[in-house]
Design a protein. Structure first.
Length: 440
């Protein structure tokens, strides 16, 4: 009878599941939390686990860590799905946990993707967390500050898990190749260079790395001795299309647009192009990026190079006209132009200063001389009295008051010496001096 291969057994499990760590010593990465003497390791080993939230990207071990905590602390372990569990299901299980507590049994309730629970579902956990019936461990890829109710969040400790490093991933891959739970019972030939390729492709995601290794081994060439060889060509086919970590409505969305904005502000065109490419290739709406660059043109450049706004608006129009992928080069041109432009935040600071005064003096009347007077009654009441039409003067300037009485003398626009703004600064100084010399 032909012997069944490992991959043909009825009890086949994916490699990522078979290699799931069972103890902290087998856990890869997160040494800032579970390294010797670190806070989370101390909490687990001393069995003083309280409700907590694990926040981090996919594939860094949030679920695995919850399982390890449950086994280490000898607690009952219940997993909830944010997709299939309703409030009724939650309360039913919570009541059972409440009964277990009376007999001295701990219950850890693990909620994967807790950010997908609505407010009512999250609130259903609250009374049981408060009285200690359960230890809630939530896992989320989204910022808990935005996605989890304040009442629940205040009762949980947040631990931030980081994407695994290349060295962490390579350690995991080699462990999978040598462990009996992985490919340890088989002879696999795969170079260190290819393991580095897999680690780079995974982008810090252990699950993705192990799945890629498994696919590569499954598609490897087997010789007469049973040795499986993974060629570079085979591996390249397995990783030919990379799914970039991106959620257009989530944390990473804001992280990436922030990275683009700050790179442009810091006059770093190479970084700006990289973050632009990251967003576009992950499926971001090019018009969203273009709108943000229009904002950057005024917020970070303004009068230092007034053409920046024209370029940004033109890039938006180009993106609207031709779409992706053709508009990628238009957006790149705009990103480079904005990056290399002289920088001034005078527009933003001017507006915010004026906004604060406007809110504080919201009822301040408009000076009579600059009010419109379309009717005789309004003229008789003094509307428009003292107004000087600037175009009728030789200098095209009038020395008249345009701010409310309480704000006379306020200065909001403070031009810098950057780029063309130096010229506008000189012009503004001339205007102010002329008005001072000709004021009544």
């Amino acid at each position: 009878m032909e012997q069944m291969t490992f991959f043909e057994t009825e009890t086949f499990q994916p490699l990522a599941d078979r290699m799931r760590p069972e103890s902290l010593d087998e856990f890869a990465g997160q040494q800032h939390l579970i390294g010797p003497g670190k806070v989370l390791r101390r909490i687990i080993e001393s069995d003083r686990v309280t409700s907590m939230i694990f926040w981090g990207p996919p594939g860094v071990g949030k679920t695995t860590l919850a399982h390890i905590i449950a086994s280490t602390t000898h607690a009952a372990f219940i997993t909830f799905s944010a997709v299939t569990s309703g409030v009724k299901d939650i309360r039913s299980v919570m009541q059972k946990a409440d009964e277990n507590r009376r007999f001295g049994e701990k219950t850890i309730v693990f909620v994967d993707e807790i950010h997908r629970f609505n407010k009512a579902q999250q609130d259903a956990f609250l009374p049981f967390v408060e009285k200690g019936s359960i230890i809630l461990i939530g896992a989320t890829t989204e910022n808990p500050s935005f996605e989890i109710n304040n009442a629940l969040l205040s009762r949980c400790r947040v631990f931030v898990l980081k994407a695994l490093s290349t060295d962490d991933i390579i350690w995991l891959l080699k462990r999978a190749l040598n462990s009996p739970k992985g490919f340890g019972d088989q002879k696999i030939e795969i170079s260190d260079e290819m393991l580095e390729m897999i680690a780079g492709f995974a982008g810090g995601d252990a699950r993705s790395a192990l799945s890629t290794l498994e696919i590569a081994v499954l598609n490897g060439d087997t010789d007469s001795q049973g040795t499986i060889s993974v060629s570079r060509e085979t591996l390249e086919q397995c990783i030919s299309k990379k799914s970039l970590l991106y959620d257009k409505h989530g944390e990473e969305h804001y992280n990436l647009i922030s990275a683009l904005h700050k790179s442009i502000r810091n006059s770093d065109p190479d970084a700006a192009i990289y973050w632009l490419a990251r967003m576009l290739e992950a499926g971001e709406d090019p018009l969203y990026i273009a709108r943000r660059m229009i904002r950057m043109a005024s917020e970070d450049i303004g009068m230092a190079d007034p053409r920046a706004l024209e370029i940004a608006v033109a890039a938006y129009q180009a993106a609207h006209f031709i779409g992706m992928p053709e508009c990628s080069v238009n957006l790149t041109q705009a990103a480079v132009y904005l990056s290399l432009s002289p920088k001034s935040n005078a527009m933003e600071t001017a507006y915010f200063a004026a906004r604060d005064d406007a809110l504080e003096h919201i009822t301040e009347p408009v000076p009579m001389n600059i009010r419109n007077a379309p009717t005789k009654l309004m003229k008789d009441l003094g509307y428009g009295e003292g107004y000087i039409y600037a175009h009728d003067t030789e200098e095209k300037i009038a020395a008249m008051q345009c701010l409310p009485d309480s704000l006379v003398g306020s200065e909001y626009y403070r031009p810098t010496d950057q780029g063309l703004e130096r010229r506008y600064k000189e012009r503004l100084e001339q205007i102010k001096q002329w008005k001072k010399d000709h004021s009544r």
